[in-house]
Every structure is written in structure tokens, then in C-alpha cells.
Write a protein that binds this ligand. Structure first.
Ligand code: FES
Length: 141
């Protein structure tokens, strides 16, 4: 096992804070690694929620804030990675009815599970974040 020096430990903790379970059942990501190039890797073996289409895990990454990884199909690259900050005024959306809702203090916009805008005052869907997926991991840019 590689030894961590204090700086890399503190940076890793600062960069990523996994979120807890929510009332609606979104699961905190586990097995998260910050790579040397600054990208974030999520081990799919440790995040079993992502083995099923419709599965979601949430995490927080310093450069994006709260992020969700959504399994959108069984294909190897069948994921969406979305920023959970509402594009209207930046309130974090919450999971609801198989999608996302911008509850108060937000203004009620609703989004599909993959972040597409369904209804409300937001003028676009939740922001997509670039990623690469393999059978073993999703790596967020
Ligand atoms: S901040 Fe989300 S609808 Fe206004």
C-alpha cells in the first residue's frame, strides 16, 4: 500500500467529500480517488448503485460542487455526470420522483434523471460534466 504524505492526504480530503444518503435514496459515492492529473475516479465495483440503469451516486468535487453520476444505459459508457447546481440561480437540486427538483429556496424547476430540463424557470438542463467510462471506473474530467 502506498504511503500518503500529509499534503496529499489533506488535498484529497479537501477535493472530495462524499455526500451522505438522502431521504430519497441517492447514494453517496464510495471508492473515490483523486488522480495525479486532478481528475476524479469512481470505482464501479464499489458503487453497486451504478450497476443498474437508473442508479445514481452523488459526490462533491471542489471544482464543480455537488455532482451526480447516473447510469443511463447498460453500455460501457452509459452514464451521465451532471452538476447538481440549478442553472437558474445556483440552488442545489434534490432527487425526487426519479429526477431532480429545485426546491425552495429554488424556484421549482424540474429535471429528468439525466439532467434534461422538464419544466420550470430554468432555461437549460443541469450542466453536463465530461467523463470517460470503462467497465471498471468512471473518470470525471
Ligand atoms: S434556482 Fe433553481 S429554479 Fe431557480
Amino acid at each position: 500500500m502506498a504511503a500518503l504524505n500529509r499534503r496529499s492526504f489533506v488535498c484529497g480530503i479537501a477535493a472530495i467529500t462524499a455526500l451522505g444518503f438522502t431521504k430519497e435514496g441517492a447514494v453517496a459515492a464510495t471508492g473515490i480517488k483523486t488522480l495525479a492529473n486532478g481528475k476524479t475516479e469512481i470505482d464501479l465495483k464499489l458503487n453497486t448503485a451504478l450497476s443498474k440503469v437508473g442508479g445514481v451516486v452523488q459526490l462533491s468535487i471542489n471544482k464543480y460542487g455537488k455532482v451526480a453520476v447516473v447510469r443511463t444505459s447498460k453500455a460501457a459508457n452509459g452514464f451521465s455526470v451532471i452538476n447538481l447546481s440549478c442553472p437558474h440561480a445556483g440552488v442545489n437540486v434534490k432527487p425526487k420522483n426519479g429526477g431532480w427538483v429545485c426546491s425552495p429556496p429554488g424556484h421549482g424547476s424540474e429535471f429528468a434523471l439525466n439532467g434534461a430540463l422538464k419544466t420550470g424557470v430554468a432555461s437549460s438542463g443541469l450542466r453536463s460534466i465530461n467523463f470517460v467510462a470503462t467497465t471498471k471506473a468512471v473518470t470525471i474530467a
